[in-house]
Design a protein around this ligand. Structure first.
Ligand code: GLV
Ligand code: MN
Ligand code: MN
Length: 415
């Protein structure tokens, strides 16, 4: 699609090459040279390096930067009692792509830098936030920074451990943060929160559109299931007498897929499996696996949660392997604000682009911020809908169009 010509009301353009260069430079941090995947997890040297780069960009853009009690990086531009907050995240899933989260933070900085260069004097304060640990990769618990900002993070949640047994609280303290009392990070002055993000689905590609306006965000429920069997000799234990935790878990995982096979709203995924003792000649004695359940409707999530756990329990009983489960994280689905949706649509239409509304299947920090502020999200087309994968891609042309639209919306809101 050719670059659309904005009408005369949109005269300022962001600096394309600077934004694309920032995106490229950030994508080198935590990059696995063999696969091209990016590994930037919370409270690691890679994340710290990324933070330092982002802080330098914020400062160049004219912002004052602070780190809040839980490690959110906050750049502030201008003054005013009311805040327009722009944000996303710079951590990744294992072997992630270069756009998920990073684009939202860098586009927001580019918007502010353009405002700064244009010497506009917005009446509202603009903040850009790189939220702490959106993805939940390290601790099986994500959206940490946005939960804290929304007053939803609890002391107990900070006791969740990574695979090495380090808790979130300990990791925070290792990075010189003093998270308590958690209310320190809570905000109640946000007039509007906006997040630009790649779509991570195929809707915009099918619609042949570079951008879209998000109406609601489906929320994840993460469970961890443990199946306990008996570890025995793989050669000396006859098949009928075994209590194999892995074959039981396999049947459970297939049952989940079967239960959702005709569903178009809800999704459920088993993405992580741990087998113990994990030896070729040992019958698996203990298996833990995660279940990620999503829907835009909270009631459907909870109905599905109960149905899945009931079905897994039946399998466990038949196979005589005890089963336990715990909730790793539960997030509320969120609707975006009608006025912010309209502002984004107006900015899109100024560019001569048809505005299209869609739901986000992926989770975002905006879901939590919705508890304390009106939220709006602008999506950028993803190639083949691929994300959480090194092949994740959005074209430079789409990124530039989206960031100009984002700029227009922010200028209108901060006026
Ligand atoms: C984050 O990308 C999530 O939706 O889990
Ligand atoms: Mn993600
Ligand atoms: Mn993301």
């Amino acid at each position: 699609m050719p670059f659309p010509i904005p009408n005369e009301r949109v005269i300022v353009m962001i600096n394309d090459s600077r934004l694309l260069q920032h995106l490229q430079d950030l994508s080198q941090i935590g990059r696995n040279e063999e696969t091209g995947g990016i590994n930037r997890f919370s409270f690691t040297p890679e994340e710290q390096q990324a933070i330092e780069l982002v802080v330098s960009y914020m400062e160049e853009a004219g912002m004052t930067v602070v780190v809040d009690a839980v490690g959110n990086i906050i750049g502030t531009y201008g003054e005013g009692n009311e805040t327009i907050m722009l944000g996303s995240h710079i951590d990744t899933v294992p072997e992630g792509g270069k756009y998920d989260g990073a684009l939202g933070v860098l586009a927001a900085i580019e918007v502010v830098q353009t405002i700064h260069e244009q010497q506009l004097s917005p009446s509202k304060k603009i903040e850009v936030v790189a939220f702490k640990d959106e993805e939940g990769t390290r601790f099986g618990f994500g959206l940490i920074g946005s939960r804290a900002m929304a007053g939803l993070l609890t002391h107990q949640q900070l006791q969740q451990n990574d695979e090495a047994g380090i808790s979130i609280e300990e990791a925070m303290k290792q990075f010189q943060l003093s998270p308590f009392p958690l209310e320190k990070a809570k905000r109640n002055d946000i007039r509007a929160y906006l997040e630009m993000h790649i779509e991570q689905g195929k809707v915009l590609e099918i619609e042949d559109l570079p951008v879209g306006v998000v109406t609601g965000i489906a929320a994840p429920l993460w469970l961890e299931v443990t199946v306990t069997g008996v570890s025995e000799h793989a050669g000396a234990t006859p098949m009928p007498t075994r209590h194999d935790a892995l074959t039981a878990a396999s049947e459970m995982i297939l049952a989940i897929e079967q239960m959702l096979k005709d569903t178009t709203d809800s999704v459920a995924t088993v993405g992580k499996l741990n087998v113990r003792p994990n030896g070729v000649n040992v019958i698996p004695g203990k298996v833990t696996f995660t279940i990620d359940i999503r829907d835009i409707d909270e009631q459907r999530i909870s109905t599905l949660e109960n149905a899945i756990l009931k079905q897994l329990q039946k399998i466990a009983e038949r196979r005589n392997v005890p089963l336990s489960s715990q909730v790793l994280q539960r997030v509320k689905p969120a609707k975006t604000d009608a006025t912010l949706q309209q502002q984004l649509k107006d900015s899109i239409e100024k560019y001569g682009i048809r505005s299209h509304s869609l739901i986000s299947g992926a989770g975002h920090d905006a879901m939590n911020i919705a508890a304390v502020a009106p939220i709006g999200m602008l999506f950028v087309r993803s190639k083949d809908g691929i994300s959480h994968n090194p092949l994740e891609y959005s074209s430079s042309e789409d990124i530039v169009i989206a960031t100009n639209i984002f700029y227009d919306t922010v200028v209108e809101l901060a006026k």
